[in-house]
Ligand binder design. Structure first.
Ligand code: C2E
Ligand code: MG
Ligand code: MG
Length: 459
């Protein structure tokens, strides 16, 4: 038993310095985890110190309180240790909110000589919460941050306390004040340092993304799309970044970052040019000439003044049939329901290019834009796929979406089909087109072309 405890203790200690398989997100997670562990560790040491101190002073109420907060802090450390990072930080933030507030109200009562200090732990909790919020936004996290800031302002600006308060003696506050101030300042410094490291990681990612274009580290992968008789009808081109040392960087890590730093228009131009080149090659071969190619367009790329002209320019340059090109836009583009946006769409559509509404149903779906915009396809997001099979309400919702699409004469494609059961369910619901791992994961162009005989054999 003792042996395993020592092993666990060693694992726990080494997890402070644990090296994960490196990618931008895991490096950021690692920084945040270290900051959270360090802050909680300081909190535990602080509580334990006062537990012993007040036990000697026989102030049992504070001793029980300190033990209670120590145990919760140890539990939050455990949550982080088992990789429940957000839950662990949320819990530690609750400690860093409740503990100072209780202390300010009942024990740490300001005197003429000594100000209150317990509230100095509140900004430490707020900054840690903010770091966690950047990683995984949640309402609870947001409310805890606001409460921490609000309580900090309140206790800094007033000398409010309760009548039932049991003020600590001047002697204890003389030493305790300094210890609490040092501990809280150290926690704030650790969180600020972590924030600075995160910014450095982001900056290095932006620099790497800029280099990636110049050094041709981007690739397009292709995923098949089929119709209800399982005949191949086209493919979606999906961007991949092959980093020289990190390998393939997950799209969820680099595409949002490229969007935030305004790099998507430039990357998107490259994607469009590659896509048109591929369509040109496909147009020359009997087995590929009828295939369509769907290309994802980011909002800021679409909104560029020259976007539609550059698409037309590429179509002319590569001499391709515009109806083979499908531009996938998301609801946040469609929501920019301004005249120029609709004009852009009509211009593209009049020139024969198809528009598809990607991830349909996941945004602030407003059906009014379906009426105004020349969209020829909606793509039902894969989050609906399993939900529609598991739960009746989701099923009714999806059936409704499909019906609306079909009534508006739109093609309805469902993404993320992984099983034959899901395929049959959506086919029976009226979906006309399908995409998902059931027919193939996204692969490089050559692999996609090699799969063609197999994909076409189902017709
Ligand atoms: P999306 O356009 O909705 O693409 C579908 C995503 O679902 C792809 O993820 C694809 O690999 C994944 N997927 C397809 N079938 C299945 C399935 O059966 N099961 C599961 N679990 N996943 C499936 P990917 O490639 O990681 O792309 C994620 C998102 O990144 C895309 O979502 C799109 O919004 C964006 N993206 C990808 N390439 C580009 C691009 O060239 N330009 C822009 N602006 N965005 C892109
Ligand atoms: Mg897409
Ligand atoms: Mg999608």
């Amino acid at each position: 038993m003792k042996k395993y405890f020592m092993v666990d203790l060693f694992m726990f200690a080494s997890s402070f310095f644990k090296k994960h398989k490196k990618n931008y997100r895991s490096v950021k997670d690692q920084q945040l985890t270290i900051a959270a562990k360090a802050n909680i560790f300081i909190c535990i040491i602080f509580c334990l110190f006062w537990t012993i101190y007040f036990a000697f002073a026989q102030m049992w109420l504070i001793v029980y309180m300190d033990i209670f907060f120590t145990l919760i802090s140890i539990f939050s450390l455990f949550l982080i240790y088992i990789n429940r990072i957000s839950a662990g930080i949320l819990l530690s933030q609750v400690v860093l909110l409740v503990f100072p507030v209780v202390f300010c109200l009942f024990f740490d009562i300001a005197t003429v000589d000594r100000p209150q200090v317990a509230h100095l732990f509140l900004p430490a909790g707020a900054i840690l919460g903010y770091l966690n919020y950047r990683r995984e936004p949640s309402y609870l996290q947001f409310i805890l941050i606001l409460l921490s800031i609000g309580c900090f302002i309140f206790f800094s600006g007033s000398s409010f306390n309760l009548e039932s308060a049991i003020p600590l003696s001047e002697d204890i506050r003389n030493h305790g004040g300094w210890i609490a101030t040092c501990a809280a300042t150290l926690m704030i410094c650790i969180s600020i340092y972590t924030m600075q490291l995160e910014i450095q990681i982001e900056n290095s990612m932006v620099k790497d993304l800029r280099l990636a274009l110049a050094k041709q580290q981007f690739e397009l992968f292709y995923q098949p799309q089929i119709n209800s008789s399982e005949t191949l009808i086209g493919a979606e081109a999906l961007l991949r970044w092959h980093h020289p040392t990190l390998g393939y960087v997950p799209t969820k890590d680099f595409i949002p970052a490229a969007e935030t730093f305004g790099l998507m228009p430039e990357i998107g131009e490259w994607v469009l040019a590659q896509g048109c080149k591929v369509l040109q090659d496909w147009s020359k071969k009997a087995e590929t000439k009828d295939l369509t190619l769907s290309i994802n367009i980011s909002a800021d790329h679409f909104m560029q003044a020259t976007f539609e002209q550059s698409v037309i320019g590429l179509i002319q340059q590569y001499e391709i049939n515009p109806s083979r090109l499908i531009l996938e836009i998301t609801e946040n583009i469609a929501l920019n329901n301004c005249v120029s946006m609709i004009e852009k769409m009509h211009f593209l559509s009049k020139n024969g290019i198809q528009l598809s509404l990607d991830d349909f149903g996941t945004g602030y779906s407003s059906l009014s834009y379906l009426q105004k915009m020349p969209i020829s396809q909606i793509k039902i997001d894969r989050s609906f796929v399993q939900a529609a099979l598991d739960d009746k309400r989701s099923n009714k919702l999806v059936t409704g979406i499909i019906k609306i699409g079909l009534d508006l004469n739109l093609r309805v494609l469902v993404e993320g089909i992984e099983t034959t059961e899901q395929f049959s369910a959506f086919k029976n619901n009226g979906c006309t087109e399908f995409q998902g791992y059931l027919w193939g994961v996204p692969v490089p162009l050559n692999d996609f072309l090699e799969q063609l005989p197999h994909l076409n054999s189902s017709d």
